[in-house]
Design a binder for this molecule. Sequence first.
Ligand code: CTP
Length: 403
Amino acid sequence: MVEGKKVLLGISGSIAAYLACDLVRRLIKAGAQVQVIMTAGAKEFITPLTLQTLTGRPVIQGLFDEVKQWDVEHVGAAQWADVFVIAPATANVMAKLARGLADDSLSATFLACTKPKVIAPAMNTAMYENPATRENEALLKKRGCLIVEPQSGLLACGDTGKGKLADTDLIFQHIEYALQKEKPLQGISLLVTAGPTRETIDPVRFISNLSSGRMGYAIAYQAWLLGAEVTLVSGPVDLPPPPPCRMINVNSAAEMAAAVLQAAPSAQIIIKAAAVADYTPKIKAQHKIKKQEGELSLELTRTTDILAALGQQKQPGQVLVGFAAETEGLLEHAKAKLIKKNADLLAANDLTSPGSGFGVATNQLLLLWADGKSRELALMTKEEAARQLLLAAREIWQNKNTI
Ligand code: CTP
């Protein structure tokens, strides 16, 4: 999404200015071109040389400095950009941007820029909560700017509260969101499950599987980028944070079943990407099981098949998407699951094929529709596969909901 895109990054005078360097690195690594504009205040915290070195481009500074890249620097930069990001944005800069002042390079370029804008505020809590700042932020929001809310925590000034610059990951996600112009899932609430489940044997042991959660998280992220309201029910995973969404963390198959069945009635599209345990120990030992001579058998009982339960209570117009993880007989097993569980779409993957399945960044999906249609997707990143799957689900949703 960010690859090949031109990002104009305005840095203003907050101690969080040094964190902008991390954002620049992240954007450059993702293949973006970054042009930095610094206010006089920003230069008190970090030097233009740092940013010039990181971006490979001279930093735009004073409004009346010698022109370096464009005939009229602030207008040229505004036209060059695909997206304009202000991170960190101080209270003063937000006030200027909200009121349309243009007395320095950053504010003048902002006023001249018609591209999507992302603003990540950072300041003292009282300043952030001041009605003046609240009003300025609301005004910027109303005019279409995406605000990446600051986080709560210990601030550099010693206070504790809201005002810390949002994490680089979150700002990066919002930049991608701003760059994604078409939002075909706007207005759709989408429920997705991800990761493995853990079935407790005793206080220190469990049964689980190799699912990393990457496919489910990629679906959640892409669905958010495409405009959906996302609820993510996740088993235990070790992944970077998901996109801004309603997040429900669970451990066991029973917990996942309870969370999903509760959230399902308000979802228009449900995607079951989690690798749910089919069996759980019949008795969960209160204390650590001690080893003894001879063999040990664990008695297991079946868990709820969540997808099948959702299939039974599917509402008119609702779209149900399942996965099938197979090591043999991909097509037959996947077809059987699609029918048995009353899904509308099934994404099957062969766990034995290189680049597919658990733990890797790529996937090769075979999509099966309830009407017998099928499509084999090429080997692609899980992000791309997620997008293809979402567009297919959205088409079914549209067909079901068009009178
Ligand atoms: N699934 C589920 N609840 C379970 C087991 C599976 O909701 N208790 C869902 C998975 O999230 C997936 C689909 O059912 O969307 C197929 O899962 P998979 O593990 O491939 O198949 P199973 O139905 O478990 O069948 P089998 O283990 O026999 O392959």
